[in-house]
Write a protein that binds this ligand. Structure first.
Ligand code: 13P
Length: 251
């Protein structure tokens, strides 16, 4: 079953728009049996978006402490209480805009797991950076002290920063064979850290300028089983087409 994470980032601007978009996504997804969708809206919309069947919700971030005097932060338990199943951790926009280091990301992973959330750990290189050392460093430091048992609940999202459609990216999509070799590299590092048996079971998603027209090319192998979608998830019609295409692939 393919999994698709919709990262709405800081969109839309009104609760009414968020509700309408979620409704449209839900009515498209409920007719499809081969996909699981997790919508990750801004925190303030979560109380209005109730997960059902194969359409779940997640946070775009959380804080590394479980509770206390941390102005402006959101805890894992709060997300869980709002019925979230997932949380995105270490997105490049947080690494670069909010100064999140691999150590912070590791602490957030621990907090998410303690809160019974499934983390989606984002890794990816900037334009001009060599993929290998960057991804290896992000995985090794990000997963420090994460046990084999905990790893089972974590998905890894490969998002090359340069391939993101807006903001920090160039909008140049990553070629499918580049995404595939990044996924194989991620599995190699996971094998070094956790052994081959577990490394092969971990879900890997690709993100960066994914839309209805190119979605099939990223999922044409058994290495990449999911997608992390930004811009295209804000357009109800585009996202419905994307979900239908993924569903038809019968992964
Ligand atoms: P786009 O799909 O807009 O390129 O965004 C990718 C992303 O950052 C999702 O987390």
């Amino acid at each position: 079953m393919a999994f698709i994470i919709a990262n709405w980032k800081m969109n839309p601007q009104k609760a009414s728009e968020a509700k309408a978009l979620f409704e449209a996504v839900s009515s498209a997804a409920k007719r499809l049996n081969n996909i699981e969708v997790a919508v990750c809206p801004p925190f303030c919309f979560l109380p209005f978006l109730k997960p059902k069947k194969n359409i779940l919700t997640g946070g775009q971030d959380l804080f590394w402490e479980l509770q206390g005097a941390y102005t402006g932060e959101i805890s894992g338990k709060m997300l869980k209480d709002l019925e979230c199943d997932y949380v995105i951790i270490g997105h490049s926009e947080r690494r670069l805009n909010a100064g999140e280091t691999n150590e912070i990301i590791n602490a957030k992973l621990q907090a998410a797991l303690k809160s019974d959330l499934k983390p989606i750990l984002c890794v990816g290189e900037k334009q001009g950076e060599e993929l290998g050392p960057v991804i290896a460093g992000q995985l090794e430091a990000g997963l420090k002290n994460i046990s084999k048992n905990q790893l089972r609940d974590i998905a890894i999202a490969y998002e090359p920063i340069w391939a993101i459609s807006s903001g920090l990216g160039t909008g140049n999509p990553c070629k499918p064979d580049e995404a595939l070799s990044a996924a194989l590299f991620i599995r190699k590092i996971l094998t070094n850290l956790y052994g081959r048996y577990l490394a092969e079971k971990i879900k890997i998603a690709y993100g960066g300028s994914v839309d209805a027209s190119n979605v099939g090319s990223y999922l044409q192998n058994n290495q990449i089983g999911g997608l992390l979608v930004g811009g295209a998830s804000l357009d109800a019609d585009e996202f419905r087409k994307l979900l239908e295409k993924v569903n038809d692939l019968q992964i």
